[in-house]
Design a protein around this ligand. Structure first.
Ligand SMILES: Cc1cc2nc3c(=O)[nH]c(=O)nc-3n(C[C@H](O)[C@H](O)[C@H](O)COP(=O)(O)OP(=O)(O)OC[C@H]3O[C@@H](n4cnc5c(N)ncnc54)[C@H](O)[C@@H]3O)c2cc1C
Length: 456
């Protein structure tokens, strides 16, 4: 009898679990199904590059059907929960029907979402930098603020549009801010009024220093580099309130701004609460060191949604990083094969962080590889080389190389394609074409207003 193995989530953890299962399971011994919302894995370390227009958005994702073995069945669906007592995963199909998928072994790898805090106005006015649509929306918004500021006569109003506040200085937030500021600095010459007014970039962090993930020496290097570019770094400061036009900080300053990007950490995907599994630290699924969910023989959890004991820090769960999710994905593949009677015994998770790369834009980065620390251009070359080696697929690597080299030679594209994902209906386009001079003038006013409300 062939076993049914289900993988819930096609990100780093799920992708590497599927790859490993395809390799280690004897042929035809199991049907392995990967259920995910998207048919690609987002390579998040390159997301800031996509936000800053250095990389084509399509080049920072890995299409699952191209990169997974043909023996893996990909099923696009929304996972809504599970009933471990009945061994079924609940999903809503693309056509909207509700289905129960049976399993003998279930691997949960649904990742995380941005962590929210009860700060007035945060949910309504802040932007995230977590998914590909987030990154593209932030980029489009940035260009739009420049376009609007360029049309404004009033200096104060222009300054409001040209002030950008990022909250959360982990490496993802810091990288996002650094890359976007670099992009804006690159293109501001195209906006003469904005250039005269100048931009203001602020990074707000509640703890006493940026990037707790890396040593203080490298974090200091990053801070010096960013301050030299005029970026304000406010540590031991919190965000107290956001409105459409301002951000109020704990030091009392009310910063007039139209842009607040929230990069203050992640929490497990809310769907994990519907799995009926034991939840541990901060709502992550409780597992043992072999990645098995506590109290269950046939359910496993990995990646950002799981509290896997960290071999590097006794009593703590692993940090939510791709490095850990990849290694957990590979290990869970082997352990599930072993649980199904395959060769090899079950192993514990022993991986400890080997290095960190933080791209600061402008051909600078900071990095640690084992005991060695790197900064400046050498770290930047190392970071790019590492991602070239890590992203799956030769075609993907070639695309990255082309994007990076074109960016170096010709700069970055400044087109704002915010309407790409929101095509107008045929009727609306025809109505525009038919309107006379008055109608056209009226349509212009409406669209300018709606553009401004998109920025607000
Ligand atoms: C901007 C940014 C930069 C980062 N840079 C780095 C870095 O440089 N190095 C590093 O190690 N880590 C980095 N990380 C962290 C890294 O991205 C995560 O730790 C990693 O993605 C976790 O892998 P995962 O498999 O647990 O989750 P994910 O990779 O997020 O995958 C989860 C998958 O589950 C799917 N899913 C979720 N819910 C459902 C549902 N209800 N139905 C169907 N499918 C669902 C999602 O679509 C997704 O495919 C970065 C993160 C961000 C946001």
């Amino acid at each position: 009898m062939a076993w049914d193995v289900l993988i819930a989530g096609g990100g780093f953890g799920g992708f590497y679990a599927a790859r490993t299962l395809a390799r280690v399971l004897p042929p035809h011994s199991a049907r392995v199904r990967l259920v995910s919302e998207d048919n690609f894995m987002l390579y998040t370390p390159l997301l800031p590059g996509a936000a800053a227009g250095t990389l084509e958005p399509r080049h920072v994702v890995v299409p699952l059907r191209e990169e997974l073995d043909r023996s893996i069945h990909l099923r696009l669906a929304k996972i809504t929960g599970a009933s471990p007592g009945r061994n079924v995963l609940h999903v809503r199909s693309l056509e909207g029907t509700i289905e129960d998928l049976p399993y003998d072994q279930l691997i949960v790898a649904v990742g995380s979402v941005s962590r929210m805090l009860p700060i007035p106005g945060l949910a309504e006015h802040a932007r995230a930098l977590k998914s590909l649509p987030d990154a593209i929306a932030v980029r489009n918004h940035l260009i739009r603020t420049l376009e609007i500021a360029e049309t404004l006569e009033d200096g104060d109003a222009r300054r409001e549009y040209l002030t950008y506040v990022f909250v959360g200085a982990g490496y993802a937030g810091l990288e996002g801010l650094a890359e976007l500021q670099d992009f804006a600095a690159d293109i501001i010459d195209l906006y003469p009024r904005c250039r005269v007014t100048g931009m203001r970039w602020i990074l707000v962090e509640a703890s006493e220093r940026v990037m707790p993930e890396i040593g203080p020496k490298l974090a200091d290097f990053a801070v010096r580099e960013l301050r030299a570019r005029g970026i304000e770094i406010r540590t031991e400061t919190t965000l107290d309130e956001v409105t459409a036009h301002s951000a109020r900080l704990s030091d009392g300053e009310i910063v007039p701004t139209r842009t607040l990007v929230w990069t203050a950490g992640v929490k497990p995907h809310p769907v994990v609460a519907q799995f009926g599994l034991p939840l541990g630290e901060r709502g992550r699924i409780d597992t043992d060191s072999r990645l098995r969910v506590k109290g269950l023989d046939n359910v496993w959890a990995i990646g950002d949604c799981a509290a896997v004991p960290d071999p590097a820090r006794k009593g703590m769960p692993c940090p939510p990083t791709a490095q850990h999710a990849i290694r957990q994905g590979r290990l869970v593949g082997r352990n599930v094969a072993s649980a199904l009677g395959g060769a090899g015994r079950m192993r514990r998770f022993t991986y400890k962080t080997k290095g960190v790369f933080v791209d600061l834009g402008r051909r600078k980065a900071v990095a640690t590889t084992g005991p060695i620390t790197w900064s400046g251009t050498r770290a930047w070359i190392l970071a790019r080389t590492y991602h070239l080696a890590m992203i799956p697929g030769v075609g993907r690597r070639a695309r990255l190389l082309v994007d990076w080299n074109i960016g170096l030679l010709f700069g970055r594209d400044t087109a704002e394609l915010g309407r790409l994902g929101e095509p107008r209906s045929l009727g609306a386009s025809l109505a525009d074409g038919e309107s006379g001079p008055d109608g056209a003038a009226h349509a212009g006013v409406v669209s300018a207003q709606s553009d401004q409300s998109r920025v607000a």
